[in-house]
Design a protein around this ligand. Structure first.
Ligand SMILES: CSC[C@H]1O[C@@H](n2cnc3c(O)ncnc32)[C@H](O)[C@@H]1O
Ligand code: ZN
Length: 447
């Protein structure tokens, strides 16, 4: 190398997209914040993140996104929902869980078709992207259509067909459901956005034998296993009466508790339930708004976190929430637990933001690729506009994200390196058309 060559700047690296000028919350292991910071993106991944001063000359970008006045953070992870239940938003409110399900929701779901599930899921994807969610975890019927809709919207999703003892309006008897799940896993293997889990509904709708078979299938296919667990005291009483044990102990006796299990809700837990969940490294998804609306109770989230359990955040479906905005859910989560414990320090904003990002990614088995802004991770990034009256002034951006921001403050969304929301405009879906389809389905549901 000549002296001349040695003294020259290294050649610029190519990036598909450079997001610069915003305050970047990496949520990495060191919790680094760069202000102003730059994120370079290429081939769906984060190429580099750091101070703008250090990175601006390093990349030649095909596209530059100006994030001045904005906060840049990892996309939010909705770790539990039933996306197509947007179709039933507001259909049956103000009821307790088991009555709501058995008298209203299950009968309405008996009419579902794959076309309805597709349309309802597109609406859910629109709502989620518009409010900063980049990944969701779904359980429903006709789940191949959920995968298709997520893919059309450009979202990352972990999907799974619901499995229970009684015949399903989709696949009929359970044997078909297990076969369908296996085929769905094979169909989406290797897809960059979609993965598939084994999803028995709950302990009161699945026999011990079915739960064991689902666990074995998840182990054989190396997928997540997802179940509603201990959602209310009524469920605990029902399971105790049927099997003689509390729900968590029932699963432990069946050998189903493990790191691959995602347990949704976990509201009605005893101290020994918490110990068992921690010991087996089970992932728990907290859905505070659904739990409040169905009056199911308050999940012992601070105790779960203190015991070392990975606790993520979900919205549950739109018939029990009734929206998919994780900003609202983070706010509810942070404030609900302060009130329940009469302790304002019990769940700080920083912890709640981690529940909705890193913990969600880890629960879904995506912890090494999603949930933080780190070189090598997938580029799932949101840009939140802080130049708004309710976000002024800024002493601490994380405080605003949890206590003051709304989903509608999200300005840009990038998923797997693709810009899917730009300046508040959805690029992957025609929102008017998506809403029109759902309105016409709702007329049939109501008739
Ligand atoms: C058919 S897929 C999932 C199944 O679960 C029902 N569901 C929705 N929310 C809840 C909840 O909070 N607990 C238990 N089951 C729930 C949904 O309506 C579907 O039937
Ligand atoms: Zn649910």
């Amino acid at each position: 190398m000549t002296d001349n060559e040695r003294n020259q700047d290294p050649p610029a690296e190519n990036a598909d997209l450079v997001i610069s000028g915003g305050r970047v919350l990496t949520l990495n292991d060191r919790n680094e914040i760069f202000d102003p910071g730059t994120v370079a993106v290429g081939s769906g991944r984060i190429l580099a993140v750091g101070p703008s001063e250090a990175l601006s000359a390093r990349f030649t970008a095909r596209r530059v996104m100006d994030a001045a006045g904005c906060v840049v953070l990892p996309g939010l992870v909705n770790a539990h929902t039933h996306a197509a239940m947007t179709l039933f938003r507001g259909l049956a409110d103000d009821l307790p869980l088991l009555e709501w399900l058995q008298r209203h929701i299950f009968p309405a779901e008996a009419q579902l078709t794959e076309e309805w599930v597709y349309r309802g899921t597109l609406l859910a994807c629109a709502e989620m992207i518009l409010s900063g969610t980049t990944t969701f975890c779904d359980m429903y019927l006709f789940e191949h259509k959920v995968a298709e809709a997520a893919k059309a919207a450009g979202m990352r999703a972990l999907v799974g067909e619901v499995l229970y003892d009684f015949p399903s309006p989709h696949y009929g008897p359970i044997e078909n459901g297990l076969k369908f799940t296996e085929a769905l896993v094979q169909e989406w293997k290797g897809d960059p956005l979609i993965s598939v889990a084994v999803e028995p509904h709950a302990l009161y709708t699945c026999s011990p034998e079915l739960l064991r078979r689902c666990h074995d299938l998840a182990c054989r296919l190396d997928t997540r296993l997802i179940v509603h667990l201990s959602e209310s005291e009524a469920e605990v009483a029902q399971i105790r009466e049927r099997y003689g044990h509390r729900p968590v102990e029932h699963l432990e006796r069946l050998g189903v508790l493990s790191e691959r299990l995602i347990a949704d809700h976990c509201v009605a837990l005893s101290p020994s339930d918490i110990e068992m969940l921690a010991f087996h490294r089970v992932n728990v998804v907290h859905n505070p708004e659904s739990n409040m609306k169905l009056a199911s109770g308050i999940a012992p989230v601070p105790a779960l976190l203190a015991a070392g359990v990975n606790v993520a955040l979900g919205t549950d479906g739109c018939a029990s929430n009734n929206n998919l905005d994780l900003f609202g859910e983070m706010n509810t989560c942070a404030t609900l637990h302060k009130l329940a414990a009469l302790d304002p320090a019990v769940l700080p904003a920083q912890v709640v933001l981690r529940m909705a990002t890193r913990n969600g990614a880890a629960a879904l088995g995506l912890g090494h690729t999603v949930g933080q802004i780190t070189a090598g991770y997938f580029a799932d990034i949101i840009v939140v506009d802080f130049q708004r009256p309710h976000l002024t002034p800024v002493y601490d951006p994380i405080s605003h994200l949890i206590y003051a921001a709304k989903g509608s403050d999200v300005r840009h969304v990038i998923i797997h390196g693709r810009v899917v929301l730009e300046d508040g405009r959805l690029l992957t879906l025609d929102v008017e058309e998506v809403m029109a389809h759902v309105r016409s389905i709702a007329k049939k549901i109501a008739s």
